[in-house]
Design a protein around this ligand. Structure first.
Ligand code: NAD
Length: 509
């Protein structure tokens, strides 16, 4: 089996995979190379949001489990089997890990789909290939990490070494359960650290398998540990832990701010944050291809049910093209994403992650209408799908940037169209947000595009495209979208620290 082969799976085959997965749920924690239960017997339930049925109950770790996992990671780090392993050997383990992920692709894909409702086609076509690409990229970089020799006086040799940090605590979200965890775990491991991962409570399954496969690939036990559990229990214990050298967090801005507090209350550990977004796309009157721009607009907000940190939720359209833009958006975008059974390979939109999230998104839609925005389509639970946490693709027009739907991260399939008259106004609206994760710019005029690139405060800006990239592209935020950079060599280096070694020599002259 391989990731590529998944493209030919039928719903029936996927149902068989689901049965197999549900019959073999591990206890819920992976510590020191073994699947184990929580010491205090805590439990969290994973509910399939497509039908409300129980997928599994897994262990919910407490501070005691976190202590055990961190102790195991610290012991493994100090033992040096991983942290001092020759770069080529560490690379070989990561490449073997990729092969095993490929061989177990169906099971891994199914776990995320069952946990959080992502269409299985997305798991096969987007998430899993990206997981493998991330690990491969980080493996390729291992022996490219360099220190330096600086220019000193004659009797001195000074060099800068790059060393791993120690135990890295990773806290990840549920919207791309495997991929967001991998964006943290792969560079942390590649740099020689050991890891304790606390996944989101909504998606506990797939990372357990990921950790198991790491050990099968030759990763020493204790190097990659997983503690499932509640954020305010296991997550907090990890972020407050005195033996954790760095917390790498992806999630909401509110919880990201807590991470900074936890670091200050404990050992001043390094903190890297990937948080929320409210990304603008700016459509200038001279854009080259309206249909392509409109497609990028609806794909940018409806893909992954809008549960995307950089989702293009604010569509800033020049007033002279507004009517044409909206008309084409309604014609092409209304039915581009059809909510349905995520196990059907034809489905491109699943449910939201939980019933509570569905209710939260519906109430934000309600608020948008009450505040005066015009509902062009959607805004409801799709007919026939009432037993799942579904929300129809939704478009609001007549939005202004003070409305709650323009200010708050909705994290659902809700687009808001606003108009502007001048470039200055577009820049002001684009930047009038606490977030700064990403932005899109659509214009034929590359001088204007460059002016906007300079003026818009966002970590990633796409010009005449949206949501593209590869592993060389740093991904991360400005402002309250956080300050980390994932993917890229910069990410790998952020899991290292420099050490200066000053050699006073004699007999050199
Ligand atoms: P969340 O902040 O609720 O949870 C994220 C993680 O933090 C989970 O593992 C959770 O258990 C843990 N957590 C919650 N409270 C905690 C606490 N008090 N102490 C320690 N840990 C705690 O976010 P979510 O709902 O899982 O994910 C959605 C959010 O993630 C959105 O805001 C989205 O924009 C953001 N996100 C950002 C990026 C990015 O790269 N910038 C990528 C994906 C998601």
């Amino acid at each position: 089996m391989s990731i590529e082969a998944l493209a030919d799976y039928t719903t029936q085959q996927w149902n068989a995979v689901a049965e197999k997965v549900m019959a073999n749920i591990p206890p819920g924690l992976f510590i020191n190379g073994k699947h184990v239960d929580a010491l205090d017997g805590g439990r969290i339930a994973s509910i399939n949001p497509a039908n409300g049925q129980l997928v599994a109950e897994v262990a919910a770790g407490s501070a005691r489990d976190v202590d055990l996992a961190v102790a195991s990671a610290l012991k493994a780090f100090r033992a040096g089997d991983w942290s001092r392993m020759a770069p080529r050997d560490r690379m070989a383990v990561l490449y073997r890990w990729c092969e095993l992920i490929d061989a177990n692709a169906a099971e891994l894909a199914m776990m995320d789909t069952l946990d959080m409702g992502k269409p299985i086609a997305d798991m096969a076509g987007v998430d899993l290939p990206s997981v493998v690409e991330t690990i491969q990229f980080m493996a390729e970089c291992i022996d490219k990490i360099e220190g330096s020799v600086t220019n000193t006086e004659w009797d001195v040799m000074h060099c800068v070494l790059r060393e791993p940090l120690g135990v890295v605590g990773a806290i990840s979200p549920w919207n791309y359960p495997l991929l967001m965890a991998t964006w943290k775990v792969a560079p942390a491991l590649a740099a020689g650290n050991t890891v304790v991962l606390k996944p989101a409570e909504q998606s506990p399954l797939s990372v357990l398998k990921l950790a198991e496969l790491f050990v099968e690939a030759g990763g020493p036990p204790g190097v990659f540990n997983v503690v499932n559990g509640l954020g305010e229990v296991a997550g907090q214990a990890l972020a407050l832990h005195e033996d954790v050298a760095k917390i790498t967090f992806t999630g909401s801005t509110a919880v990201g701010k807590l991470m900074l507090q936890y670091a200050g209350q404990s050992n001043m550990k390094k903190v890297s944050l990937e948080c929320g977004g409210k990304s603008p796309q700016i459509f200038m009157a001279d854009l080259e291809d309206m249909d392509r721009a409109v497609a990028a607009a609806y794909n940018g907000i409806y893909a992954n049910m809008g549960e995307v940190c950089n989702a293009g939720s604010r569509l800033l359209v020049h007033e002279s093209i507004h009517d044409d833009f909206v008309e084409r958006f309604v014609t092409a975008g209304k039915d581009a994403y059809v909510p349905g059974d995520p196990m059907n390979p034809e489905t491109n939109m699943g449910p939201l992650v939980t019933r509570e999230d569905q209710q939260r998104v519906l109430s934000m839609i309600d608020a948008g209408a009450k505040e005066g925005a015009r509902l062009a389509f959607g805004g409801c639970v799709p007919e026939g799908l009432e037993s799942g946490a579904y929300v129809s693709p939704t478009l609001f027009t007549g939005v202004n940037n003070d409305m709650s739907i323009a200010r708050q991260e909705i994290f659902g399939p809700v687009a808001s169209v606003m108009t502007f008259k001048t470039v200055e106004e577009a820049i002001a609206i684009a930047n009038d947000t606490i977030y700064g994760l990403a932005a899109g710019i659509w214009t034929r005029d590359l001088n204007l595009a460059m002016r906007l690139v300079r003026a818009v405060q966002a970590g990633t800006i796409w010009i005449n495209s949206f949501d593209e990239g590869d592993m060389t592209q740093p991904f991360g935020g400005y402002k309250q979208s956080g300050h980390a950079r994932d993917k890229c060599m910069e990410s790998l280096l952020s899991y290292t620290q420099s050490k200066s070694a000053w050699f006073r020599l004699s007999g050199q002259r």
